[in-house]
Ligand binder design. Structure first.
Ligand SMILES: *Cc1c(COP(=O)(O)O)cnc(C)c1O
Length: 369
């Protein structure tokens, strides 16, 4: 058996280890929030947003942000059918209904015309998830949002380093969320972040994130509302600070890995990969190949071929409406069709050219069948 090629693994250097060690040694008592503050400041500075709140996960950031927007029972929230459950779970936990709409065939992100058609008097928000680093059609979505008075939330968990017409992913909506799970471009093991330019929303989320205790509340142990406990620890934030300081390097490496794959695997009429339309930068979190119908390549032979070569390639997201707790929406034809002919390729920071070549060989062998 050839050596295993992992799908993702983080890049952690002495910088992060040094900060985390310092946090473990002395980040207690009066300095127990020090790295959290530094991490939040460094990240909001990087993104060019006013406010950031570090959280235990992206799911938690979405949960608190949507709660602060008063999403609740009877409300509907629109998002793409092609998604990870994390973007939908907070909507369900708040008692609202996720409304799954189809995606565009090239970006695999929300189809704006389907979004507009799905709007009802109950629609409270639209969650734009930038899938695999690919950007949603933000201009169209923001225009639709303005026309109907519905805020756009950005789940940018997969889009660190992605830039839409000069604006970083996560900075364009009413709020943005990020994930620092071990598979993401930046990691703290587990972790997330809430960002916004809306100072009122920030104050509400800050209160919620502190078990409902308002900033400036003089009474101790005095929550003003029922909040959440989705905090990031100081030690995780210390790791995160080092990662943010290396963000340009981490994203550049992701982009180089995708570029290398694209140059060899994008075959007109046979395959397509993560797009990068003019005026945008794709943060390239997850290189993905979609095989055209004409290629005849399907997920069964795909997975077998990679398994045989001991390569950990991953399946494309199943449509959420196909999961047992939701109701099937087969009219979302693009979302339902993509997974059977798409695959995520290994793209960790330290992957070698030789390892990428092994991955490329499998794809080309499948194509030349
Ligand atoms: C990873 C991911 C999440 C979940 O992040 P957690 O930090 O694990 O909660 C949410 N949304 C998207 C789009 C993701 O890729």
């Amino acid at each position: 058996m050839k050596p295993r090629i992992a799908y993702t693994k983080p890049s952690v250097t002495e910088l992060e280890v040094g900060y985390a060690t310092d946090a473990a040694r002395s980040g207690w008592g009066d300095s127990c929030y020090e790295y959290i503050g530094r991490f939040e400041a460094a990240f909001s500075d990087h993104l060019g947003v006013k406010h950031a709140i570090a959280t235990s996960s992206c799911t938690g950031a979405l949960h608190m942000g949507l709660a602060a927007m008063a999403v609740g029972a009877g409300d509907e929230v629109i998002l793409a059918d092609t998604n990870w459950i994390a973007s939908a779970a907070p909507i369900v936990h708040l008692g609202a209904t996720p409304v799954f709409v189809d995606v565009l065939p090239d970006s695999w992100c929300l189809d704006p015309s389907r979004v507009e058609a799905a709007i009802t008097s109950r629609t409270k928000a639209i969650v734009a998830v930038h899938l695999y680093g690919n950007l949603c059609a933000m201009d169209a979505l923001l225009t639709i949002g303005r026309r109907h008075g519905i805020p756009i939330v950005e789940d940018a968990a997969e889009a660190i380093g992605s830039i839409y017409l000069g604006k970083p992913a996560g900075s364009m909506g009413i709020f943005g969320s990020f994930s620092f799970h071990g598979t993401k471009t930046l990691t703290t093991g587990e972790g997330g972040l809430f960002v916004t330019n809306d100072s009122e929303l920030y104050e509400r989320v800050l209160t919620l994130s502190n078990h409902g205790r308002r900033r400036g509340q003089k009474k101790q142990f005095w929550p003003d509302v029922v909040g959440f406990k989705y905090k990031m620890s100081n030690i995780q934030a210390a790791l995160g600070l080092g990662q943010v300081q290396r963000v340009d390097q981490l994203v550049a490496r992701k982009r180089a890995i995708l570029k290398y794959y694209r140059e060899r695997l994008e075959v007109p009429g046979q395959t397509s990969m993560n797009p990068e339309p003019d005026g945008s930068v794709n943060g390239s979190w997850m290189p993905t190949v979609v095989f055209d119908h004409a290629s005849g390549v399907h997920s069964e032979n795909l997975r077998a071929a990679f398994a045989e070569e001991n390569i950990d390639a991953r399946v494309f997201f199943h449509p959420l409406s196909g999961l047992p707790m939701f109701s099937e929406q087969r009219e979302n034809t693009v979302a339902w069709d993509l997974p059977s002919r798409a695959i995520n390729l290994p793209s960790f920071h330290d992957i070698t050219t030789g390892e990428q070549d092994r991955v490329i060989e499998v794809v080309l062998r499948l194509l030349n069948g």
